[in-house]
Write a new protein. Structure first.
Length: 201
């Protein structure tokens, strides 16, 4: 899932571009190199931009280190670059930092820090962060267990088409999250999950 998210983020960042023409051109060269599998060239194109505080390039470097593309896999380096991008508000970097915190990859294992990063990205509409935050509430990791909060975040992610969120929403203890007037909404969500191919729903 992280690879799909990163590819989408790289494409969106390339299309939207927040830096000047030269930076956008250099970032685009990195995207083109990445897409043709020349990860070392992508690394070279993005490295200078990342050092100049380009959040897209910082995230992209983090992704290369995270996945060992063009460099040896290095979770600490990935976390460093993700952190720099996340502090500038890049949602995908915030979501990836949440994952790394929740799993102790390159940074200390800390559910509360994971919740912090997931919350920042989820509040701005990142579906993967919403799904992950829902799981944190459902399992009581980094926060008090709260099925209603879990349902809220799963619902937001499900509304963006994440089948896993729909399944997890259905798996919550319904007596704890669904009032009588919400039962029809629950049935509609279940029907949608089945229509979208979630056979486990």
């Amino acid at each position: 899932m992280k690879n799909i998210i990163a590819t989408i983020c790289l494409t969106i960042a390339a299309l939207l571009g927040t830096a000047g023409t030269v930076w956008s051109s250099d970032f685009q060269k990195g995207v083109a190199a990445y897409e043709r599998g020349d990860y070392s060239e992508a690394l070279r194109e993005w490295e200078n931009l990342a050092k100049q505080r380009d959040a897209r390039a910082q995230f992209s470097l983090g992704f290369l280190y995270d996945n060992g593309k063009g460099v040896a896999q290095d979770y600490e380096a990935a976390a460093k670059w993700y952190t720099l991008a996340a502090e500038q508000g890049l949602l995908a970097a915030q979501t990836n930092l949440g994952f790394m915190s929740a799993n102790g990859l390159g940074i200390p294992f800390d559910y509360k820090t994971a919740v912090k990063w997931y919350t920042l990205a989820a509040a701005k509409g990142d579906a993967d962060a919403q799904l992950s935050l829902g799981s944190m509430y459902a399992d009581g990791k980094g926060v008090s267990q709260d099925y209603k909060a879990a349902a809220k975040w799963y619902t937001l992610a499900a509304e963006q088409g994440l089948l896993e969120a729909q399944y997890k929403l259905e798996a919550l203890p319904q007596k704890d999250v669904v009032d009588d007037h919400d039962k029809q909404t629950a049935v509609q969500r279940h029907t949608l999950a089945v229509k979208q191919g979630n056979v486990e729903a």
